[in-house]
Design a protein around this ligand. Structure first.
Ligand code: HEC
Length: 243
């Protein structure tokens, strides 16, 4: 028998070749069971090129992954819808509250002598609480704050003999705020009086008392009527608008 015929018993029948059949089985078994055969060099080179060019392209076009490329400079966010209707008014504080809190800040200049409580230091610095000068009209206070006092000076029957410094280096607004603060915080205001001194009033006071160059004496201050008020319109304490 011919060896080819020996290998292929079906040869003569002309059906499928057993050699070819076994060739495919040999090829299958030569593959690694896990399927991870070694990768050809060409595949590694192609993958490396994709990584290098792809990475380079991403680097040059990604804007460093910052989101600013999506943000238009002229973008204006739409106003947020208000919760429960008109809430704008509720968030705003009344003008007088702001004026008082600013006045309290200016009063920091005064606490070394008159104390945060406004009670002063007995025998040295007079109290603002219960003082006839604070409870009286705003004109005397404007004069005192702008030019100071040279003692002896009587407050509540007590004589003080020091120097109350001039505060005319503070602007009209700050002086108006601090006088408002001491009147409302430490004074006892007449019925219906809100105690507010405005910037315009202090501006007028600065003009009126501009000839004064040294601190006032007690006699000079007593010459101003106790109930005299600084000129200027009263304001609505909610809005600060002149009445
Ligand atoms: C360095 C201490 C000192 C400082 C700071 C000072 N004062 Fe005075 N103040 C005096 C003295 C002292 C008198 C009493 C008059 C005197 O002896 O010359 C006085 C008197 C007064 C008076 C009139 C008397 C009274 O007790 O009501 C008022 C009002 C006043 N000061 C307000 C102020 C305000 C407001 C400030 C801050 C902006 C201020 N003082 C800062 C020392 C001071």
């Amino acid at each position: 028998m011919d060896p080819a015929e020996d290998k292929n018993l079906d040869y003569q029948q002309g059906t499928i070749s057993t050699v070819e059949l076994h060739d495919s089985i040999r090829r299958e078994t030569s593959l690694h069971p896990g399927g991870s055969g070694s990768v050809g060099l060409s595949v590694i080179v192609v993958a490396a090129l994709i990584l290098i060019f792809g990475g380079g392209h991403l680097f040059s076009t990604s804007n460093g992954f910052r989101d600013s490329i999506y943000v238009s400079e002229n973008y204006v966010p739409a106003p947020r819808p208000s919760i429960g209707g008109d809430d704008a008014g509720a968030a705003q504080v009344a003008w007088i509250d702001k004026w008082m809190s600013e006045g309290k800040k200016v009063y920091n200049n005064c606490i070394a002598c008159h104390q945060a409580s406004g009670l002063g230091i007995p025998g040295q610095f007079p109290p603002l609480v219960g003082s006839e000068w604070v409870d009286g009209g705003t004109k005397r206070l404007g004069a005192i704050l702008l030019h100071g006092i040279n003692g002896p000076f009587k407050v509540g029957g007590q004589t003080y003999n020091q120097l109350m410094p001039a505060w005319n280096n503070l602007n009209d607004e700050k002086l108006a705020q601090v006088i408002t603060y001491i009147r409302r915080e430490f004074g006892s205001l007449p019925e219906g009086e809100d105690g507010v001194v405005t910037t315009e009033m202090m501006k007028a006071a600065r003009e009126e008392f501009k000839s004064q160059t040294v601190p006032y004496t007690e006699a000079e201050l007593l010459a101003i009527p106790a109930d005299a008020q600084l000129s200027g319109a009263k304001v609505n304490p909610e809005t600060g608008e002149p009445l």
